[in-house]
Design a protein around this ligand. Structure first.
Ligand code: TYM
Length: 330
């Protein structure tokens, strides 16, 4: 088997949403057929920002596993596991920390933004762990010598840093231990939230992945449309309408027709939202059902994660031995 190896991860930081699905998971489901894939529920990363309240952590991990399986990830084809269960992630992050210049971490564009954004929610992110987020992420990827990393475009700076760390490690220890991983972006550009900002749990503007049809409808009703449009016969401007952006992603067959009718004042926002809700619910109905079914099988979920952990550990232990040998650490 000479398939290229993929690694990717997601933080179990609450209810998984459609932004994560369009930006990453949907892509994973496609890639699983052509690559050797390792997917990790990165609980240590979740701790970097949610260290103060860990009461939901185990529940969130279980829910994330259910989301992945209900979206169609095959636990036999792929290695699916929890990051902290394979201790080499923490060990490699520690070793990489030794060779990571502080300036590289301080200049990551998301670093200062996030500190500011999340401090408004009472989270103090001026911690060693949060600064080291990209180091831990680099460790995740290169521990398995993965060559491809499917992520949303918001992760590009982290991926670039990972490549720089690979070059630095190989240069310092004078050995080509790691390959340089490449990002694999999905076609969908970042999906906006229902208020037009990036869809993110911290903004409370998401559509949850396992949402019921009623919930989907309610969230779509809240979406912002062209504010200049008061009556149905007013001519609309889809370019500034959130519903239109969703139609482009979830209703490709009708979107052109809807755009024309909106500009001509022939379709109202209420009807447009109704059409979108129906389309999205067709896609989400199956997922919703599978989620419900898997939620009733906690033992099965545990077995899947244990099976993945064993398989991940075999690769991690072997590579860790090589890494430590290169650094003369035994
Ligand atoms: P996380 O959990 O924040 O995001 C998971 C994935 O979802 C994508 N994403 C989005 N894509 C499009 N539109 C959105 N609104 C949106 N919101 C989230 C993210 O790009 C990501 O791909 N740092 C990673 C977790 C991680 C990781 C890794 C990834 C840890 N170690 C190793 C790859 C390889 C993250 O941001 O997760």
């Amino acid at each position: 088997m000479n398939k290229e190896r993929i690694f990717s991860g997601m933080q179990p930081s609450g209810r998984f949403h459609l932004g994560n699905y369009m930006g990453a998971l949907g892509n994973w489901v496609k890639l699983q057929h052509d690559y050797e894939c390792i997917f990790s529920i990165v609980d240590l990363h979740a701790l970097t920002s949610s260290y103060a309240d860990t009461s939901q952590l185990q529940e969130n991990i279980r829910e994330m596993a259910i989301d992945w399986l209900s979206a169609g990830l095959d636990p036999e084809k792929n290695i699916i596991f929890v990051q902290s269960h394979v201790k080499e992630h923490a060990e490699l992050a520690m070793l990489l920390g030794m060779i990571t210049p502080l300036s590289w971490l301080e200049r990551v564009p998301t670093y200062k933004d996030k500190i500011q954004n999340l401090s408004t929610q009472g989270k103090d992110l001026r911690t060693y762990g949060f600064l080291g987020y990209p180091v831990l992420m680099a460790a995740d990827i290169i521990l398995y010598k993965a060559t491809r990393v499917p992520v949303g475009e918001d992760q590009s700076a982290h991926l670039e840093l990972t490549r720089e760390m690979v070059r630095r490690f190989n240069y310092i220890y004078n050995k080509e231990v790691f390959p340089e991983p490449q990002a694999v972006y999905s076609n969908a550009k970042g999906l906006p939230g229902i208020d037009g900002r990036k869809m993110s749990k911290s903004y409370d503007n998401t559509i949850p992945f396992g949402a019921s049809p009623e919930e989907v409808e309610a969230r779509i009703k809240m979406m912002i449309t062209d504010p200049q449009r008061i009556k149905k016969i007013d001519k609309g401007n889809p370019d500034i309408c959130i519903v239109y952006q969703f139609q482009k992603v979830f209703n490709t067959s009708e979107v052109e027709d809807i755009e024309r009718k909106c500009r001509a004042g022939e379709i109202g926002c209420v009807q447009c939202k109704k059409i979108l809700a129906e389309k999205m619910n067709v896609l989400l109905a199956d997922i919703h059902l599978r989620r419900e079914e898997l939620s009733r099988k906690p033992n099965y979920i545990r077995e899947v994660l244990e099976h993945g952990e064993k398989r991940a550990r075999v690769i991690a232990e072997k590579n860790m031995a090589e890494i430590k040998a290169a650094m003369n650490v035994f």
